[in-house]
Ligand binder design. Sequence first.
Ligand code: ASP
Length: 320
Amino acid sequence: MKDQVFPHRHLLGIEGLTPIEINHLLDLSERYIAVNRSSKKTNESLKGRTIINLFFENSTRTRTSFELAALRLGANVINMQVETSSVAKGETLIDTAVTLNAMHPDVLAVRHSDSGAVKLLADKVNCGVVNGGDGSHEHPTQALLDALTIRRRKGRLSGLIVAICGDVLHSRVARSNFYLLLTMGARVRIIAPKTLIPSGVNRLGVEVFTDMSKGLKDADIVMMLRVQNERMKGSFIPSVREYFRFFGLDRQKLAQAKPDALIMHPGPMNRGTEIDSDVADDFERSAIREQVELGVAVRMAVLEVLAKNNMAFTSAGAGK
Ligand code: ASP
């Protein structure tokens, strides 16, 4: 039977999800935090199911997190090494998807450097697909784990002022967070140099700042983003030193935010570019380690829901 609150086959993005669906995924994730902190750490709810991690782009934490999540639910997990697979021999994205589909996985967790590639793949398979990050488009499980971290630390999402700072233009984390936080009633600000602000972003309902001291004023959450050099064609920032001076988070800039403002970063961090080690490692204020921890719980909840929904879709013969 499909999950009654989240009856979808795939999780390709946060855009379009309702507050009820988001809260449901967060509530399900919450239950796994205790399992992950216990010594046994296992639950057999996906025993016999198959999850394939298909990562066309580098990843340490997201891939490991999906793998651990699947293992802790008792599923069988395969990690596709894209560099050594047929993709390196020129097999197309679709061919790869169709080949993997023939092995009857329950869920594919897919990361790709092109925005939209994960959706394209989802349209060609008849199993569940979770987007592990597509280009600069969406990274839904990251936004869910960020929301879970905030909800646990602050008790709510609604009404909070969340400042998302740095390379917004190239960030799928920022985009998924806009959708989630605005849907849940938070106030979202972005703070970035003009060259790293996506055009038309204010139409989404976010407030735009180019000055850290103004944008951080009274913020409850300060979410720093990695400068994504690999997605920059040309020069978007004058120099690392200059960038850090104006947009890097240090004590002085942080002082503009609320005294108990939470510091977040999706990782991997460029210390000394977008964040100073002094604030990143301040465990009273920084939730960066907790974000990684809660990521496993969120992925357990998402894999569980999608694998169960997949059974229902498959047995109903719905095809896709
Ligand atoms: N790990 C996050 C992502 O895959 C953030 C980053 O890479 O900057 O998008």
